[in-house]
Design a protein around this ligand. Structure first.
Ligand code: FKS
Ligand code: ZN
Length: 674
């Protein structure tokens, strides 16, 4: 099942016809450079090309008023003077004789994408459109937007396909207030947006964009705003918000469809956003959403005004949708104080609505008045800047390197299986001729006093497989072995001595885990079990105790999102060793989610170890390794209170060593300390 790409040159055929500094950045080249880059990199060729269509009046009326539609309909016949005047009633937008046609195509392209995904023609896709949509209101154009493409698509998916829950992720750097207003009282559409806010000093300057606007009536809790109060946010800030806000809520919400307002003005170099996230962060943002809704994800272009970082970011997104492993994320050194303040505020505002946040830290009570103070401070600062005439501040952006080409290994998934187990489609059975040096070393370490030649063969095969993964000849692998503990020990030992890369070992279930490498940081070991007694021996050995072990899906999922992934991203391993102990109690769906999510690390280099008698799991595990989306976990019940409290304590304890685990800012974090 492929990835759809929807584009039509016609949408480049309108532009600003007069002088307006607010609108001059919204140019036709935004689309051409993005599409050209997809062609030049060969990505476009790998996609299923789907034609655009015009949205019908009925489609547009799903969101907009008849009066507004009638007004826009007249614009193709207006003179330049009339167009200028028509434009004046709205904010930061321009009209052109051909924009109505393009706006119908932009909305229609979005619906074509939704149709392609929901009929199963493709599994996901991206639409490159102009004009964008997320600011437009029921009866008004705004911020370059005429019709609200994504909002229309959400209503359309519900109406035409009976979709129950839609998640809209708006990673554009502006607040999609149009989407928020459209669904603010609707619990079937969860809207998440992060946006440059600067205590309301940034366009569209609305109180409604702050973290305490959580939705109304039945929709309370289904609107999630993350305000950025400083510019210069980086990869760590974005990833922290995904791991500690969006994903916990999204997994609890359990959408049937994910729509992304994919604006790339949140990338480095953008004159509007002034943020510092690198284009390859979009590979991770995309990857992290791809196991929701069974992989049904539609990305729709919104903003993005730097004609270099825009096409780079678009390519990262599309390549990830195609299933290629994401590149190792760069410089994840933890979120900045301002981002932590926002994180803390949103988590606290949403505490009442989501059981995953039930144990999040409270906000200090004085916060409402703080808002006024912060705004005043911001205003003062601005005055000072003006006085000093320091206008050059935004002019200079440090150059960033072009994201390196993502080379995908010739073999995606290699399996080490007993002869009587058939190799699933799309995978390669792995065997290797024995390297006498390795065999001798293994015999020395593991078989001093026995002569188990079968086991020795398995171990030497595993070692060879790890070697091939390190050389990027194979992406990932799965081995069914007789003795999981011994295989784990062997791979860890090999890695700690021979492997140049750091190894993240994720152990699911009870086991005596090897501590090799955890003293010098060559391995990071995270173990999920119900063994209370396990104590942490070093920064690199982290036992996670859950009351019912891994059998409580909610608790396990939250531990993966809020603990394992932040640790994994910060540690940045070159290999992930995922070990499933016999009788771990982890259900198949959660296991597939874990396998899928972990592939965001180490360029997808994951080696899975399972016990011989778990043959039944081979098919589903292999398909997760091949990049097939995990099935949705469905409606999760609330996780156990004690587990969530224990998790929160553990995170708190580890925060000094692992910055990506932080969810509160130093100054405002007093509320949760005892
Ligand atoms: C110029 C001020 C411009 C308007 C910004 C509009 C942003 C539009 C967008 C969209 F995705 F809709 F295109 N203010 N210094 O990027 O959010
Ligand atoms: Zn934007």
């Amino acid at each position: 099942m492929g990835t759809a790409l929807i584009y039509d040159e016609e949408m480049t055929k309108y532009k600003l016809l007069w002088i307006d500094p607010a609108c001059k950045i919204e140019v036709p080249e935004r689309l051409t450079v993005s599409h050209d880059a997809l062609i030049k990199t060969g990505l476009a060729d790998r996609c299923v090309s789907v034609p655009v269509r015009e949205a019908t009046e009925a489609d547009i009326l799903l969101v907009h008023s008849e009066e507004y539609l009638e007004a826009v309909k007249k614009t193709p016949y207006m003179t330049l003077e009339d167009l200028k005047e028509f434009t004046l009633q709205y904010g930061d937008v321009y009209f052109h004789p051909n924009i109505y046609h393009c706006a119908k195509l932009a909305a229609g392209a979005t619906l074509q994408l939704v149709d392609s995904v929901l009929t199963g023609k493709v599994r996901n896709g991206m639409a490159l459109v102009r004009p964008p949509g997320h600011h437009s209101l029921r009866s008004a154009a705004s911020g370059f937007c005429v019709f609200n493409n994504v909002a229309i698509a959400a209503r359309y998916a519900k109406q035409k396909y009976g979709i129950k829950r839609v998640l809209i992720v708006d990673w554009d750097v502006h607040h999609g207030q149009g989407v928020q207003y459209c669904f603010e009282d609707d619990p079937s559409v969860l809207y998440f947006s992060w946006h440059r806010f600067e205590h309301q000093k940034f366009w569209p300057n609305l109180k409604d964009s702050d973290y305490d606007i959580v939705g109304k009536e039945k929709g309370a809790g289904f609107n999630v705003n993350v305000p950025w109060n400083k510019v210069g946010m980086k990869n760590s800030d974005y990833l922290s918000v995904f791991l500690h806000v969006l994903l916990p809520i999204a997994y609890e919400f359990s959408p049937d469809l994910v729509l992304v307002c994919a604006g790339f003005d949140s990338a480095i170099g953008d004159p509007e956003g002034e943020m510092c996230a690198s284009p390859d962060i979009f590979a991770h943002l995309t990857h992290l959403l791809m196991n929701l809704a069974g992989g049904k994800l539609c990305a729709v272009l919104e903003g993005g005004y730097n004609l270099t970082s825009l096409p780079q970011s678009v390519c990262q997104t599309v390549q990830t949708l195609l299933g290629d492993p994401a590149p190792r994320p760069a410089d994840l050194d933890g979120p900045c104080t301002s981002a932590l303040e926002s994180l803390h505020c949103v988590r606290s505002a949403h505490k009442p609505y989501w059981s995953c946040l039930n144990h999040a830290a409270e906000l200090p009570t004085a916060d409402v008045s703080t808002k006024q103070i912060k705004l005043a401070e911001e205003e003062e600062k601005e005055e000072e800047t003006l006085k000093k005439g320091e206008e050059e501040k935004s002019a200079e952006v440090e150059a960033w390197p072009e994201p390196p080409k993502r080379i995908t290994p010739p073999v995606r998934t290699a399996l080490v299986l007993p002869k009587d187990v058939t190799c699933p489609d799309g995978c390669k059975r792995f065997s290797s001729s024995e390297d006498p040096v390795i065999v001798n070393k293994l015999r020395e370490n593991f078989f001093k006093d026995s002569d188990d030649s079968d086991a020795l063969t398995t171990l030497s095969t595993l070692t060879a497989l790890v070697e091939k993964m390190e050389k990027n000849e194979i992406c990932n692998g799965l081995a069914l072995v007789r003795d999981v503990s011994m295989a784990m020990k062997c791979v860890v030992q090999h890695a700690a001595t021979a492997h140049r890369n750091r190894v993240l070992v994720v152990c699911v279930g009870d086991a005596v885990v090897p501590s090799q490498g955890t003293d010098d940081g060559k391995t990071l070991l995270v173990q999920f079990s119900n063994k209370e007694s396990e104590e942490q021996k070093s920064k690199y050995h982290i036992p996670v105790c859950l009351k019912k072990g891994c059998s409580d899906v909610s608790g396990f999922t939250q531990a993966v999102l809020g603990l394992l992934l932040p640790l994994g991203y910060e540690y940045d391993p070159g290999l992930v060793l995922l070990v499933r102990m016999p009788g771990s109690g982890l259900c198949e769906g959660a296991w597939q989610q874990l396998t899928g999510l972990l592939q965001g690390l180490a360029q997808g280099h994951t080696l899975v170890l399972m016990q011989e008698d778990e043959k039944a799991c081979v098919g589903s595990t292999a398909s997760s390794l091949l990049g097939v989306a995990a099935p949705s976990l469905g409606n999760l019940h609330a996780p156990l209170k004690e587990d969530m409290e224990a998790l929160e304590r553990l995170r708190h304890r580890l925060q000094a060593d692992w910055k990506l685990l932080q969810t509160t800012a130093p100054q405002t974090g007093r509320g949760d300390e005892h």
